[in-house]
Structures are given as C-alpha cells and as structure tokens.
Design a protein around this ligand. Structure first.
Ligand code: ATP
Length: 737
C-alpha cells in the first residue's frame, strides 16, 4: 500500500528532536516547514536541531499521536542562516557548546560559524573557555556528524538505506563520500558486503570503466568471498578465473592479469599444492596456516605419559561390565599419551563411551578439562552424555561483540589464554576455519585437544573442511571407530546410516523397525508428512508432535520445503484461537505455543536461565517455544532449553517457525523422531551427506517420505563433499620442516 502512495516533498528546519534510536537510525522530530510545525518519523539516521532538511514521504494518521509525516528519505544540509545556525549550536549537538557559547559564537562569526568550526577550528580559541584541544574536539564531532549526513544523503541516491549508510560511515570514517568516489567497490568488500550489482550502479554513474582494475579486483575478491560462503577456503586458479570472468562478463585474460597484480599487492593470497595454484582471501590462508602450525606443534610437544594406564582402563571395564573394543582402547591410549588426536566414527560406534572413559582417566591426570561443541544443542547433548559441564566454543572463548561495526572478538585469545589443560571438542565436523583458529590460539602451551566428530556429516556452514582435512593429512593421531555396537540392539537407523555412508540405498524397514520409508511425491508427500506429524506418529508411538517430532527438509521451497510445511503444520498443530495471542512479522505469524528457531547468531539478545542466571546470546539453530506474545509491544517471550529470551521487533526477524527446519540447521542436534521428506528435489540438493546428516539426527524413529529414485540419487552423489582447502597439505608441510 505504502509504495502505491505518491511521495510528497517537505522542506524545513529541524526545531526539536523528540526521539532518537542511534542503533536503528529511527528518529522522531519536529520540522518547521514555512512556519508550520510537523512531526516527522522515520529511519533516517542521525539528525540535529537546526539542520535544513528536504524530506520525502507521506502523511499518515497515528492512532494516538495524530497526523505525522512518515519520511522515507531525508537530505540534510548545513543550517543556512544565522537563526538556524544558532538553533543548531544551542541544541547541545556539539561538545563544549551550550546555548551561551552558541550565542557568542554566532555573534562573533555570524552565518560563517559552521564553516569556521569545520575548517578553521583554531579561530574558536578566541572565545573564553575554548582551548585548542576543545576546539579540535568540537571540529571533529561536527565533521563526523555532517560526514554521516553526507554519507546518508549520497548513498540514499542509490537506494541504500540510512542504517546501511551509517554502517558504511562507521567503517570508512569522515571521508566516506570521497573514499567511495575513489573506489565504490569498497562497499562490496568486508564488512559492508553491499550487493555487487548495487555497487556497479554507483560505479556506472561515475563513468568508471567496466574493465578497470577496481572492478576486476573487486570481482575476484567477491568470487572468493562467495565461494567462502559455500564452504571453500580457496579456489584453484582456473576455477577462479572462469567464475570471475562469467560473473563480471569480462574476458579471462584481463582477469588473469589483474589477479597477478592483486597477488602482488597482497589483496589475494596464494598457495601451491601439488603443483596447482590455489587462491585465497588472505585471512583464510592465515587461518589454515595458523591451524596447521598449531596442530603440528601439538604433535611435536612431549606429552606427559600417564602412569598405570593399563590398570586404570581395566578398572573402568570392570566397573561398567564390558570390555572396550581394540579400537576404543587405542583411542583411549592415544588420548592419554599424546597432545592432540581425532576420534571419529559413525553413529553407534562407541564414541561417547570412549570419550567418557577418556574423561574418567583424565580426572587423575589433568586439573582442568573443558568440554565444548560448536552449537548450543551439541554442547547440551555432550553435557547430557558425559554428565559434565559442556559449553559452546563461543561461550568458552567469551564473546566480545561490537555491534557498531559488527565485529566479533573473543576475550580469550593468544594474549589471554584459557586456563584449561585439556579440551574435548565434539561435533568437530561443524567447526569452520576461523572459529578453530580462534580456539587454538587461546590454548596455553601444552594444552591437549581431543577432536571428536563424524567426517561424513555435512561440513561446517562457514569456510573450511577441518575435520576431513586433518584426518586426510595423516599428521594428527587419528582413531576411527568402525564397529557398530548399537546394531546389536537392532537399530535400523544406525544400520542405514552406515549403508548410506558406503553408497548403499537404505533398507526400507517396516512398522516394527525404527526406520521406514513411505512412498509419495509432490503434494501427496506434503499431506503424508503432515498426517505423520499431527496424527499418526503421536497415536502409534505416543510422541508429542511439537516436542518429540522434527521434520527435516533438504530444501526451503516447493511442496515439501520448510516454508509450505511450516504453514500447514502450524495450522494443524497450533491453530489460531481467541486465547492465543499472535503477531505477524517478517511474513510469518508467531502464535503462543509455536515452535521457533533462531536463524543467525545474535551476541546481544539478553536471556535469563531458569535458575535466575542472566546472560546474552542466541545462536543459529537454537530451538524454542513461544511462551508469551505481546502484539501491542510487538514482542515475544521465547523459551529455549533452560533460557527465556525477550524478542523485540528488532530481533523477531531472526526467528523462524520451526515445525520443519532444513537439514543444515539441524546439524549437531538430535530428536526423538525425525521425518525427512525426500520427493521431487532439485538435482543440486540430492547428495549423500545431506541424507546421512538428516537420518543420523533421529534417536528413536526415522521416517523417509518421498521417492525411491530421489533417495537413490542422494545416496550415490558425493559431489557436494568436495571443498577446496589446502589444510591437509599445510599440515603435511609443517610436519616435514
Ligand atoms: N565396547 C563396548 N562393548 C559393548 N557395548 C558398547 C561398547 N562401546 C559402546 N557400547 C554401547 O554401544 C552403544 C553406542 O555407544 P555410544 O553411545 O558410545 O556410541 P556413539 O558413537 O557415541 O553414538 P552416537 O554418535 O550415535 O551418539 C551404547 O549403548 C554403548 O553402551
């Protein structure tokens, strides 16, 4: 509706600032437009009393505040005359200038006052009380404010929102507009990441050449970053050239030349592995080099050898009533006798049993053992299985997040090391290169690390294929558990998971097993999934449809994607009712009782644990249930495990209805029952470790609903397992030194 209304233009001077939210850029102020006062609202960035503004928007009638001008954009210029200058300076917008100093300033410099502040601050010292330090502080703040306004107005012309423009300003500083004029492609780099097409439009307006160095370098870096988003830490030279040429619609030869220049300037890093050239974003090569160097060092550092190991293992065996398999024994001995190791194996192969033995034996050897995992749910599961405290890697390292520039740092790092002597890191397959680099950097000299994971799971969301590469390198002691213990208890889930890993189509199972396949496709498959979750499984197995059953989809779209299934499941499991308040936001309806998932990391959102402990942070993949809805305040109260979080309008878009979630988002979690729709999938989503990860999320029951040919295609296809990385080679080279 809003877009259909014709935009109105309003010019005036800001008289009074009523409300301002510096984080979101939302402001409410009064404008004097030709003698008439109007209240203006909008996300316009920083504004100040006395500024002359040109606003675009429309009038609307607010239920309590009456008529207001809702502005969609605001161009501001310096206060034009003495009166506006005085109003601006008296508003307290600049440090050390109150109404009395403002008056004296305007009396002395007249309408040139702001010009003096901006460009000749030393002149201000003729006023009593203004030292040269103060004069500089005033000048700097003034230039900052107008730099922001200038950036907002300039970028606004290209459709960039004020909030994004303020972020750009924070990153580029007072000369933002000048910097963008020199190289608009700065905007699509880190950390701003504007769309390349958007920046191309700015460059086109400046008549920059399509085949100029700025654009080609930016294109090369963009392709490397984009592939980082797909998990690759690097690309072989031919792939990088072809992809960039296609993306920029420029010949490969020109890109080849610019790539060499970018390498010479250190904008792109390269590594030669087995005669092939791999190109990296410099920070990703540094991450892999750091990881390789630290792991290699750990393999060389002498480990304290435990006494009475054999006797202690036997004592454990006696206590639990079974003997460890030879592989498990080897893993236990390796963990106790070396500084670093990988423990890997599929479901039911006894990893947890082995970890518990290792922990029991370390009790006598090491003072502090830290247990961690990459996600909250994986950490919770680790804690349940070991009976010991386990936390996320982020929590262990303690996050120090700067929301102004979206910068994530850790409090524990190479300068402030963790105190622990041993780190047990579970679900290692989900750990990406940067996070692992940070963890290793924070370990004190001689701290041992035991990495536990299943290399056949989906790899990390972020760039890197750490677990597979570390295993592939052969440098780090690795024990792979292969004997399946749980099969003894007739688990077809486990058996089929192992079949999938070996490229064999899973067995269909029947109603008496914990795994079965039901054939259906398209809308019939959607109906089948909904029936299973809402009626059939709760009736036959006594499962709670919201708490116990999770639908895991390979895709978001189509009849069996998360979007369509969530809509139907929400209507069936938690239909609207007069006693269930709800609110609509970001294209979704959130209703009391709904199951929801946090879909990105938020390091600021506050929570309170059931015991009363307070903290901050909700992480990608955290699941919860809506406990309260306040439609007036546009707020939700969400219970996530033992934490209660208040979501305001600002954070609600980070939540998604979660009766059905993607397999990717389910990594590291387990559910009593899992239903996986596998019908009519696009080719690119038919791959083995997606199916494997989905199936291995099920504890008691796993149902595949879909088409046998889709399941067969998924089982066969291992293409997606390929991730470019040179970590294995870096590790081997380190070992050769
Ligand atoms: N040496 C052994 N002898 C007999 N039973 C064992 C042995 N090791 C493990 N088990 C049993 O096998 C089952 C699976 O073991 P465990 O939970 O340790 O495997 P896991 O690899 O951690 O599985 P998942 O990854 O699926 O959680 C458990 O019931 C465990 O008690």
């Amino acid at each position: 509706m809003e877009q259909e209304q014709q935009l109105m233009r309003m010019e005036g001077t800001i008289e009074h600032l009523i409300y301002e939210n510096k984080d979101t850029g939302y402001v409410v102020f009064e404008v004097n437009a030709g003698g008439e006062l109007h209240v203006v609202t909008g996300v316009l960035g920083e504004v100040n009393v006395g500024e002359s503004v040109t606003l675009y928007g429309h009038f609307e009638n607010h239920p309590t505040h009456g008529p207001q001008f809702k502005a969609t954009s605001c161009e501001a210029s310096m206060p034009q005359d003495e009166a506006a200058t005085l109003a601006y300076l008296s508003s307290g917008a600049l440090p050390y200038i109150g109404p009395a100093t403002a008056k004296k300033l305007v009396e002395t410099f007249g309408a040139d006052s702001l010009e003096v502040i901006a460009n000749q601050p030393e002149k201000l010292t003729i006023l009593r009380g203004i030292t040269s330090d103060k004069a500089m502080a005033i000048s700097n703040e003034f230039r900052r404010m107008f730099g922001v306004r200038e950036a907002v107005a300039y970028l606004g012309r290209f459709g960039i929102s004020p909030v994004r423009a303020v972020e750009v300003y924070r990153h580029l500083g007072p000369n933002t507009v000048e910097a963008i004029r020199q190289n608009p492609y700065l905007l699509c780099g880190e950390p701003l990441r504007l769309k390349f097409a958007q920046v191309d439009a700015i460059a086109a307006e400046m008549n920059l050449a399509q085949d100029g160095s700025l654009r080609l370098w930016a294109g090369i870096l963009y392709v490397l970053r984009h592939n980082g988003g797909n998990g690759h830490t690097c690309l072989p030279r031919p792939q990088l050239l072809t992809t960039t040429a296609k993306f920029l619609k420029i010949g490969e030869d020109a890109i080849d030349r610019e790539l060499d220049a970018a390498i010479a300037e250190g904008e792109v890093a390269r590594y030669i592995c087995e005669g092939r050239e791999y190109l990296y974003l410099p920070d990703l090569l540094r991450a892999e080099q750091d990881i390789a160097a630290r792991l290699w060092e750990l393999t060389r550092y002498p480990a304290t050898q435990p006494r009475d190991l054999e006797a202690n293992i036997r004592a454990l065996e006696r206590a639990q009533g079974f003997a460890y398999a030879p592989e498990q024994r080897k893993a236990i001995e390796t963990a106790l006798c070396s500084n670093v190791m990988v423990l890997t194996g599929g479901p039911g192969t006894g990893k947890t049993t082995t970890v518990n033995a290792i922990l029991a034996l370390f009790q006598n050897q090491a003072d502090r053992v830290a247990l961690c995992a990459p996600t909250g749910r994986a950490a919770k599961r680790l804690s349940e299985l070991t009976g010991q405290k386990a936390q996320t890697i982020h929590r262990l390292l303690e996050v120090d997040y700067d929301p102004q520039i979206h910068l994530l740092r850790f409090i524990h790092n190479e300068k402030n090391l963790l105190k622990c002597d041993v780190v047990v890191l579970d679900e290692m397959s989900m750990v990406d290169a940067k996070l692992f680099q940070s963890l290793l950097a924070a370990l004190k000299h001689g701290c041992r690390i035991i990495m536990v994971g299943d290399a056949d799971q989906l790899p990390s969301v972020g760039p890197g294929n750490i677990l597979s590469e570390v295993i592939r390198s052969g440098v780090v002691p690795t024990v792979c558990l292969t004997r399946i213990f749980r099969q003894q208890h007739q688990s077809m889930i486990v058996e089929n998971a192992h079949r999938i890993v070996h490229g064999l189509v899973p067995q269909r199972g029947d109603r008496n097993s914990d795994f079965f396949f039901l054939q259906a496709s398209g809308l019939a498959c959607q109906q089948l999934v909904c029936d299973l979750v809402a009626t059939r499984l709760p009736k036959s197995y006594g499962l709670d449809p919201i708490r116990d059953i999770q639908v895991l989809c390979p895709t978001k779209i189509g009849p069996v994607g998360t979007a369509a299934l969530n809509q139907r499941l929400q209507a069936m499991l938690n239909p609207p009712s007069p006693d269930k308040p709800q609110l609509e936001m970001a294209g979704q309806v959130f209703r009391l009782g709904d199951k929801v998932m946090q879909v990105r990391n938020n390091y600021l959102i506050p929570y309170e644990r059931d015991g009363g402990e307070a903290g901050v942070g909700a992480f990608n993949g955290d699941l919860g249930v809506i406990l309260g809805v306040d439609p007036g305040e546009r707020a939700l109260l969400v219970q996530m495990d033992d934490r209660k979080l208040v979501y305001t309008a600002e954070n609600i878009p980070e939540l998604e209805i979660a009766y059905a979630v993607t397999v990717h988002k389910s990594q590291g979690s387990e559910f009593a029952a899992v239903v996986i729709p596998v019908s009519d999938l696009p080719e690119k989503l038919c791959y083995r470790n997606l199916l494997y990860t989905g199936v291995t999320r099920a504890k008691r029951l796993c149902i595949l609903a879909g088409r046998p040919d889709t399941v067969a295609r998924m089982t066969e296809n291992i293409r997606q397992n390929l991730r470019y990385s040179c970590l294995a080679d870096l590790l081997r080279n380190g070992a050769k030194l």
